[in-house]
Ligand binder design. Structure first.
Ligand SMILES: O=C(O)CCC(=O)C(=O)O
Ligand SMILES: [Fe+2]
Length: 273
């Protein structure tokens, strides 16, 4: 085992604490900040989620076909702007500097309509702009192994962007990273380097697993959506949400084209008896 991986094992007990430790985070690529959000703020999020979920479930929600855990529905006001709570940018200053912006804010949920596992992957290959982004995962319910909590492959961000997007085979590498599946409660949050490998199991307990996934980055990135602290460090911007319009041809455009062709071929096939 490389010495750097042996030293990661030793860091595991230190990647979860009431105080963010940037030196540990740089090596591990993941850190759990415990009990760090004001109780009244967290309670308001939890109760707003309960009302929202009851009402969307009543109507039946539109499950995202490409990524079932990623919530499509428009969030109510307070949940839509959770990322503005100062503790998040304040924490990230230690690794990103004084000027920080939002890249994307969404919810990733495992309820009765999206209970399945999420395969091992890194997020960076799906992002536009610079590669120094972090996810801040904020639980709005209990999160543990039984309801499909995230497992992180500690230190794997060191391999950088792997150059393709999809399910990673961890056994194919010479180096094996230690894994952690932290139990989380509302009030905690996780900081994860977007290059870090992560996955999650199915929701077996049936207790809804609800988390916000807010991606933050230094404010010099032209894909910034909203300034969180400091000042903008760029005067050019573009939106990652409509990225295909900037391509004459691309992998995404090809997949869309091939899927349409496949659906047409299936529709044209004589019925099987
Ligand atoms: O919600 C999960 O368990 C994982 C979601 C995730 O990693 C993603 O959508 O990129
Ligand atoms: Fe992910």
């Amino acid at each position: 085992m490389p010495a750097s991986v042996a030293s990661l094992e030793a860091l595991l007990p230190r990647l979860s604490s009431a105080t963010f430790d940037p030196a540990v985070f740089r090596k591990t690529g993941v850190f759990v900040v415990r009990n760090a959000i004001a109780r009244d703020v967290v309670d308001a999020w939890v109760s707003e989620w309960k009302v929202f979920h009851a009402t969307i479930l009543e109507k039946g929600r539109d499950v995202n076909r490409a990524n079932p855990v990623s919530l499509n529905e428009q969030l109510p006001e307070r949940l839509a702007h959770m990322y503005r709570e100062p503790v998040f940018a304040q924490t990230l200053k230690a690794i990103m500097g004084d000027h920080i912006a939002l890249y994307n804010h969404r919810f990733v949920i495992k309820d009765a309509l999206s209970p399945n596992k999420v395969f091992l992957h890194q997020d960076s290959c799906y992002h536009a702009g610079n590669l120094n982004k972090c996810s801040v995962f904020v639980p709005v319910s209990r999160v543990d192994k039984d309801n499909g909590g995230l497992t992180f492959h500690v230190g794997s961000h060191r391999l950088g962007v792997l150059g393709d997007a999809g399910e990673i085979d961890p056994t194919s590498f010479d180096v094996q990273w230690p894994t952690v599946t932290p139990e989380l409660m509302p009030g905690d949050f996780v900081v994860m380097d977007s290059r870090l490998w992560h996955e999650s199991g199915p929701n077996l307990s049936g207790i809804d697993r609800i988390m916000a996934d807010m991606i933050m980055q230094p404010a010099d990135d032209p894909t910034g959506q909203e300034l969180l602290c400091g000042e903008w460090q760029t005067d050019v911007f573009y939106s990652p949400k409509t990225i295909t319009r900037h391509f004459v041809n691309s992998r995404i455009l090809k997949i869309v084209k091939y899927e349409k062709q496949l659906a047409q071929l299936k529709a044209d096939m004589p019925a099987q008896h």
